[in-house]
Design a binder for this molecule. Sequence first.
Ligand code: G1P
Length: 287
Amino acid sequence: MKVKKAVIPVAGLGTRFLPATKTVPKELLPIVDIPSIQYVVQEAVDAGIEEIIFVTGRGKDSIEDHFDEAPELEQILSNRGNHEMVKTLRRIAEMIEVVSVRQKVPLGLGHAVLCARDLVGDEPFAVMLADDLVDSEVPCIKQLVDIYNREEESVIALMQVPLEEVHQYGVIKGQEIEPRIFRIETTVEKPVSSEAPSRMAIIGRYVLRPEIFEILRKQPPGRGGEIQLTDGLAQLAQQRKMFGCAFTGERYDIGDKFGFVRATVAYALKRADLRDKVLAYLKSTIQ
Ligand code: G1P
């Protein structure tokens, strides 16, 4: 069965980016002039996904508005002759079908995914965390979908991290069975480095079989008192095969201030209209 839907949890308060996120959802903070969430949605579109399910919270309606029609704004831009921007806005509104469900209480990532159960139904689906941007030739989630299409089993994105950073991630125990493809035995959420089963960290891209929902429904709270998706994955890996994909591409953790700045510089350097100026500026400040 084809992976048609992507769940994107966006209910988080974004406390690490206060005061910027007091009234603006962190997912709408721009990397140059594009809200970060739009890069994630574009990645889904480029992977052939047909519907986005936002798991939202209070104060997050403007994320959906970003992907909606904006007739008044288009009219004003049109009157001013800015037809290029009208086209850009139209393209965003027509990008993909968007639906949403509320996560009324923040009980963790596993709970956020469970909130999307009725909208996903009984089919495989993607989960994409908006704090992770991945710049790659083949969209990161497509790299996972391709493995799913072959194996019809859940696939999660992996990246090797330094030992002193494993405590920030879900970490796997598993074997590399083909270049970049791992067979996963189990997963553990944010282990202390001495107990980490490997340095292969889970990055926020997953393709999951619907069996995960029943597991999450019954799951007790884990680390931090939250329903952890990683704990659900450990259960799922006991029931069925599970694969990891050490994806190719550059990942930016934009939930972190330095990661956000890194992404801003990297994405600006990729832009033809900015590259030379940004490069010259960086060179001049380094000297
Ligand atoms: C979440 C997951 C964690 C994963 C990480 C990837 O953690 O719980 O397993 O490794 O995303 O970015 P968070 O960064 O939301 O604390």
